[in-house]
Design a protein around this ligand. Structure first.
Ligand code: FES
Ligand code: FES
Length: 168
């Protein structure tokens, strides 16, 4: 069987900068290319492929991670900017969290799912934001081309709970 070669976009020949940050609760200390994106560091250097690349330009949210307790698009963040930060990825969230979403039909191709779950988990941990925002507004940075969003919102409400007043 023919093997497919997936080229890594990171270049070790210019991995000239050393960086230390906290990733999913443990400290990592690695050399990076000064121009490297956090998404590539996570996927190719640290072998955490859960964060996906959709658009690569900050529009779709497939690459969403949490940096110092705020959601961010890893495709837009140069890795050197997370020096000393706490970064959390989809790999830090238990797979069991997906069950309500699976039951609600919130995943089809799955490309958006890691970003959706990372954002949703952040909402769950900061449920006060639901007092002044609808779930749809809070999820506006995570695009899905498959589901029409109703399944996603239903799954998130089963997982997180309905916003006050039942506003979705
Ligand atoms: S891949 Fe980062 S926002 Fe689309
Ligand atoms: S399930 Fe396919 S992009 Fe969301």
């Amino acid at each position: 069987m023919q093997e497919h070669f997936i080229p890594s976009p990171i270049h070790d020949r210019s991995a000239a900068v050393s960086i230390r940050f906290n990733l999913n609760g443990r400290d990592v200390d690695i050399p990076i290319d000064p121009t490297e994106r956090l998404l590539d560091t996570l996927r190719y250097r640290l072998k955490l492929p859960g964060s996906k690349e959709g658009c690569g330009e900050g529009e779709c949210g497939a690459c969403t991670v949490i940096i110092d307790d705020l959601p961010a698009n890893a495709c837009l963040i140069p890795t050197f900017q997370v020096r000393g930060c706490k970064v959390r990825t989809i790999e830090s969230i238990p797979a069991s969290s997906l069950q309500p979403m699976l039951e609600a039909g919130a995943t089809q191709c799955g490309a958006c799912t890691p970003g959706v779950v990372v954002t949703a988990n952040w909402i769950k941990e900061h449920s006060d934001v639901l007092a002044s925002n609808t779930m749809r507004a809070l999820m506006a940075g995570n695009l899905c081309r498959c589901t029409g969003y109703d399944g996603i919102i239903d799954g998130l409400e089963k997982w997180i709970g309905k916003p006050p007043g039942g506003r979705s």
